[in-house]
Ligand binder design. Structure first.
Ligand code: GLN
Ligand code: ZN
Length: 756
């Protein structure tokens, strides 16, 4: 029978057991042994579950107490000096100190950087490498856990992050080529592989996801030399690639001296054609089940793909999910509140493994042997297809979009004059990004309301009191463009998703974001539309309290898309346009309600960038268009802001200009305005609010320092086009911090008006 396997299972536990155990450990409520016991329990439970789905090999090493890239760094002994690790086995505390930023004395010490794992919403800890870096096997966890699995009588397939991908993801501290460290890393990998061979391991999964990226020539060459060096009679290496197709790396990947190759066929369509290069003695693992999304697999289509693969390749074929299941929730069966018509369309980690088992059964014994599950599976996919074709008609949107739907009536200079006449703002106008402190009372009121313990009218009265207080504070501070403070929102995607048609929310659909942090992304399952206004009542109330302009606050279509599970039966662009129309409707309603400034937040705009450069223009084109559609319904005199809270704009600046927002607020405070180089050089045409202080720190910024930043900013951008604001929302701060920080900011703006 054809073999089935899995690349990795979610670690956090179906009730987020790992999260809660970690947090208790960090608070000192449980000890290391108790935390280890929770880890072991999760691993064993997950192995039993996977074995129950008939997998031939079970992954080990996919479990992590914090992050698998950090695990790899620990295993290789690559710890930055500031953590004062004395060598030997990396213990729990050293491990967590790197993640959480504590020195050996327990005092604050810069944590490892955290960044996105390829194009997923998982974040890994960035390895830091110095030119004199030494490596030594420094964690036995993989060996121990492999033994743990073997003791249960299962066949292990240890998972290693490959040496080239690990190096690629690292950052060099100092001016040197990190690739030069490869020859020092490889001996440790060899030692690990040999150790696993001695434990009787037959197959090791070695992940080299960088094979789906645009790779420089020296990195491609290094892959070839590295794998030639890792070659040994045992264990056999299954080289796994995922998150995309191999593209121009296909011949290279096929030629590497490994025993097997795994392809992500949910993303890299044409890859099977390149397989002629793959030696017949190898194993080809087909990643057929989407490990990045929550939809039930079209098993008939998967069968056809298997058939094509078998025609292109004569050797042994295995079946698997496309990538680790880390990126999906664990078990759909826990969801008791879902619409029974929609629930069968979905598959979480456990259901995905069941799909593999079903595929294998059908291949071995035909569909009759797989009844009734096979018919159920096909019927669910057919029902979903039927429902989509019965959609509201918005599905035909892109072609039906009127040509000028994504254009404001007039170009920026004309709009700017109209807005200035309306708003009459001073030079260096001051504003904030939207949220104000989310106090325990606010959280409690929202929760009570959700549980039905706070009546509608009482909830509204409570929120109005919060808004009134927030407006009062801002007036007293002397800010120019006010906000209502967002007390009614717990999450910027959830708040809108809950009010839009086409979104679905799970009860337990948690996915690890980083460490102990999990998110519960909404699922966009149908055409999106806006049954009624979502924010207008709050904004109207806030505006009624003051003559100063109050900014309406919306989440942009690209962010709503990038932070959700998105339907896969139509292009992402089409879903983005539907979201854009919904937000557009809201913006128009805000304008009708007397709101003169509207901010459409797009913090996730950059996150949606495809892995391959060649795919960037298409994404940037439709993403910018979606934003413009959302902003394009209001009149010239209504000022559109957008906000992005990161500081990498160099490579997407043209697309940012294409958004044509009247004002963009960005993060710059931590980069000393260096980023404005890009905006200045590009001659970015519209207004910019470079964040003048870092809201992530409790420190109160100094007005002299902020004035200096504004002076710097004015060297890159004409002063008439500069705004003054913090670099992100204030919801995680305390009121006393916010009050002092904004007061200092207002002072800095006043000085800038006089001096700059
Ligand atoms: N308006 C949001 C806030 O202030 C923006 C959040 C964000 O940038 N992620 O909280
Ligand atoms: Zn932000």
């Amino acid at each position: 029978m054809i073999k089935i396997h899995n690349l990795g299972f979610p670690r956090i536990g179906k009730s987020r057991e790992l999260k809660f155990a970690l947090e208790r450990y960090w608070r000192g409520e449980i000890d290391a042994d108790q935390l280890r016991a929770v880890g072991a329990d999760l691993r064993i439970r997950h192995w039993h579950l996977q074995a129950g789905c008939g997998l031939d090999y079970l992954p080990v090493g996919d479990f992590s107490y914090y992050d698998h890239v950090l695990d790899t760094s620990a295993m290789l002994g690559a710890l930055p000096q500031r953590f004062e690790w004395a060598g030997g086995e990396v213990d729990f505390d050293t491990y967590f100190r790197m993640a959480r930023g504590r020195g050996a004395d327990g005092i604050g010490c810069r944590a490892l950087d955290m960044t996105k794992w390829f194009d997923t919403n998982y974040h890994y800890l960035v390895p830091e490498l110095s030119p004199d870096q030494v490596f030594a096997l420094s964690s036995r966890r993989l060996f121990d856990e492999t033994r743990e699995l073997q003791a249960l009588g299962y066949r292990p397939k240890p998972v290693l992050l490959g040496p080239l991908s690990w190096l690629w993801l690292a950052k060099s501290v100092g001016d040197f080529d990190k690739l030069s460290l490869l020859e020092r890393v490889l001996p440790v990998y060899r030692q690990i592989l040999q150790g696993l061979a001695e434990q009787g391991v037959e197959w090791v999964q070695i992940d080299e996801p960088i094979l789906v990226l645009d790779l420089p020539e020296d990195w491609r060459a290094a892959l070839a030399t590295a794998y030639a060096e890792l070659q040994a009679p045992a264990p056999k290496l299954l080289l796994t690639t995922y998150f995309g197709g191999l593209g121009d790396n296909a011949a290279l990947a096929c030629a590497l001296p490994v025993a097997g190759l795994h392809l992500d066929l949910t993303r890299g369509g044409g890859q099977l054609d390149a397989l002629a290069e793959l030696g017949g003695g190898k194993v080809l693992s087909l990643g057929l089940i989407d490990g990045r999304n929550v939809w039930r697999c079209d098993l008939a289509a998967a069968l056809a793909t298997i058939d094509r693969a078998r025609r292109a390749f004569q050797g042994e074929v295995w079946l698997a999910p496309s990538c680790s299941l880390l990126h999906v929730p664990i078990d759909l069966e826990r969801e008791t509140g879902l619409d029974p018509a929609v629930k069968p369309w979905l598959a979480f980690a456990k259901q995905k493994l069941t799909e593999l088992e079903l595929l294998r059964l059908v291949l071995a014994e035909g569909v009759d042997a797989a009844q009734p599950e096979w018919d159920t599976a096909l019927a669910a996919v057919a029902a979903r297809q039927r429902a989509a074709s019965l959609g509201s008609g918005a599905a035909s949107l892109p072609s039906g979009l009127a040509g000028d739907l994504d254009r404001r009536a007039s170009p920026f200079p004309i709009r700017r004059a109209a807005q200035q006449a309306e708003l009459n703002l001073p030079l260096f106008p001051t504003t904030t990004i939207g949220s104000f402190p989310q106090t325990p009372e606010i959280r409690k009121a929202r929760l009570d309301f959700k549980r039905g313990e706070l009546a509608d009218a009482d909830y509204r009265a409570f929120m109005e009191r919060q808004i009134k207080q927030c407006i009062r504070e801002q007036v007293a501070l002397g800010l120019d463009v006010l906000v209502h403070g967002e007390p009614e929102r717990n999450d910027m995607v959830e708040y809108f998703g809950e009010q839009l048609d086409g979104f679905l929310f799970t009860g337990h659909g948690w996915v690890q974001s980083y460490g102990s942090r999990c998110v519960k992304p909404p699922i966009i399952y149908a055409d999106v539309s806006r049954p009624k206004p979502m924010t207008v009542a709050w904004s109207r109330y806030a505006q009624y309290l003051t003559d100063k302009p109050v900014k309406g606050m919306l989440t942009g279509p690209v962010t709503l898309l990038n932070w959700s599970f998105v339907r896969d039966d139509q292009p992402r662009a089409q879903t983005a346009y539907q979201l854009a129309l919904a937000i557009r409707g809201e913006a128009v309603d805000l304008e009708k309600a007397g709101i003169r400034v509207i901010q459409i937040d797009e913090p996730a705009f950059r996150e949606g960038l495809p892995l391959r450069r060649a795919d960037w223009p298409d994404y940037l084109d439709w993403a910018a268009r979606a934003f413009r559609i959302s902003a394009g319904g209001v009149g010239d005199a209504t000022q559109i802001h957008t906000h992005m809270c990161y500081s990498e704009f160099n490579d997407i600046i043209a697309a940012i200009a294409e958004l044509d927002a009247d004002v963009i607020t960005i993060e710059t405070s931590r980069s000393d305005m260096a980023l404005l180089d890009a905006f200045g050089e590009y001659r970015y045409p519209n207004d910019i609010g470079p964040g003048v202080y870092d809201i992530h720190s409790p420190n109160i910024p100094d007005s002299a320092q902020m004035l200096e930043l504004l002076t710097l900013a004015a060297r890159h951008i004409p002063a008439e086009r500069l705004w003054v604001n913090p670099d992100c929302g204030l919801k995680t701060r305390q009121w006393h911090e916010v009050r002092s920080a904004l007061a200092a900011m207002v002072v800095a703006a006043a000085q800038a008006r006089r001096e700059v």
